[in-house]
Design a protein around this ligand. Structure first.
Ligand SMILES: [Zn+2]
Length: 456
């Protein structure tokens, strides 16, 4: 059944409060029919009872959503670029052009429902990290909705990865024997490894000599380590988790496949203990105890993985399941062959991206995050809130931002997406982004876009 029209009632009481009514809120694994109050003054979700009865404040605006779904804003922890801009390329015009390019991506990206994300760098030479990382640091301190999607910090994917599981990363820039913190500083820049680091997540291969010490150093700096682009055996992967790694980068892709005598990295999903929460009481020594089930990224684009593989992973560890796009800068551009970093070229044919002259090596995806959620929804039998959790509450928890991002609970940032659900009675359900709110302000409304604004 199609939801009825959205109706909007404004009274201007001056408190910057919006109330959504006649809607279903994504809360945990449930859809709850409840009103939601948000503030553009604080940029947060409000405790409506306290505001209305305690402070005797009424909303400025009441929006009847006609039965639509209200989700926390989506979070993509692996996005390489979009709309022709690549986070791994410093433009010829220099660093300020790079900064402008990042801002442009942020302003376009938010219209897809992604209200925060980790701009991701593939393996590069040190000078690229030194120049790019300062522009990719967390950008939410100004709490300015007009800045678009918010960086939660960079995802540095490589260059401490396996040369035989490089995917499309250029082997010539890989570093295969990380010699502790000094080597990390040479690579990323010492100023980029001082807390708070602009790097939030770092993918490396735990089997490389010296990698385990690096995981410990990075974790101590507040950087979350993810295992990926790796030849690790199950035992080597376990050692990575024991050293502090919490995540697996694009599970199944660029790693050894599951073998019954050596389950490899995938085997980590079979470990007994649950994924840790970001509890402040967890002592640093706890990471030397039994390995925990890690979080893991999944690319649900219909190209990287068979739907059944995705279902197996989700069933093995639903609380660690995070949907990512791994989208490249070509997302949103027409088909063709494009220059990429380090002299390589990428061929785009619809959603399929391959590396030129590589015998069809998959080169990241060309899909939006809400399309990944829709695919997962139709392939897995998951409910709508379960599917949305994989791009909201779960990535927020992985990043230590539980209750701040990916949540509709009072006190969380008012990053909100209003979704329509089409084809509810048919074989395929489709989630459609209808409105996007950032820090309590509406920044996108479907159908009210200018032609030139584009979109994914
Ligand atoms: Zn990758």
């Amino acid at each position: 059944m199609m939801p009825s029209a959205v109706s909007d009632h404004e009274t201007h009481t001056g408190h910057g409060i919006t109330k959504f009514t006649n809607c279903f809120l994504v809360k945990g694994n449930d859809l709850v029919k409840e009103d939601l109050w948000i503030s553009s003054t604080t940029g947060k979700i409000l405790q409506s009872q306290e505001v209305f009865y305690g402070q005797r404040v009424a909303p400025d605006r009441i929006i009847d959503l006609g039965g639509r779904i209200v989700s926390p804003g989506l979070i993509d922890v692996q996005l390489n670029g979009a709309y022709g801009f690549d986070f791994s390329v410093i433009p010829k015009e220099g660093a300020s052009a790079y900064g402008k390019g990042v801002l442009q991506v942020n302003k376009s990206l938010i219209k897809t429902g992604v209200t925060s994300y980790l701009p991701t760098l593939t393996s590069q030479k040190p000078e690229v990290y030194h120049k790019a990382l300062p522009f990719l640091a967390p950008s939410g301190a100004t709490r300015d909705p007009s800045s678009g999607s918010e960086s939660l910090g960079a995802h540095a994917e490589g260059p401490f990865i396996s040369p035989t599981k490089n995917g499309i990363h250029n082997v010539s820039v890989l570093r295969t024997a990380p010699a502790g913190l000094p080597d990390l500083e040479t690579c990323y820049g010492a100023f980029n490894l001082m807390a708070p680091s602009p790097i939030k997540l770092l993918t490396l291969a735990p089997e490389l000599p010296g990698a385990l010490n690096c995981i410990t150093s990075l974790t101590d700096l507040g950087i979350t380590v993810s295992i990926g682009h790796s030849e690790a055996t199950y035992e080597e992967a376990r050692a990575g988790i024991a050293a502090g790694a919490k995540m697996i980068t694009h599970l199944f892709n660029a790693m050894r496949p599951l073998h019954h005598r050596n389950p490899g990295i995938f085997g980590l999903l079979g470990t007994a203990s649950p994924t840790p929460t970001s509890s402040p009481s967890a002592s640093p020594t706890s990471r030397t105890t039994a390995p925990r089930k890690p979080y893991f990224g999944i690319i649900a684009d219909g190209i990287h993985l068979h739907p059944t593989s995705i279902k197996i992973a989700w069933n093995a560890h639903p609380d660690g399941f995070i949907l990512v796009t791994d989208a490249m800068s070509l997302v949103g551009l027409p088909d063709g062959t494009y220059d990429w970093t380090n002299g390589s070229r990428i061929i785009k044919q619809g959603p399929l991206l391959t590396l030129e002259g590589s015998n069809g090596k998959i080169a990241g995806s060309s899909i939006s995050l809400i399309e990944c959620v829709t695919n997962f929804l139709n392939w897995s039998g998951a409910t709508v809130p379960e599917a949305l959790k994989a791009v909201t509450a779960t990535p927020a928890r992985m990043l230590g931002l539980e209750g701040v991002k990916g949540s509709l609970e009072p006190g969380a940032d008012a990053d909100v997406v209003v979704l329509g659900l089409e084809g509810e009675d048919g074989p395929e359900r489709i989630l459609v982004v209808e409105q996007v709110w950032k820090f309590g302000k509406c920044v996108f409304e479907k159908g009210k876009e200018k032609e030139s604004d584009g979109g994914l």
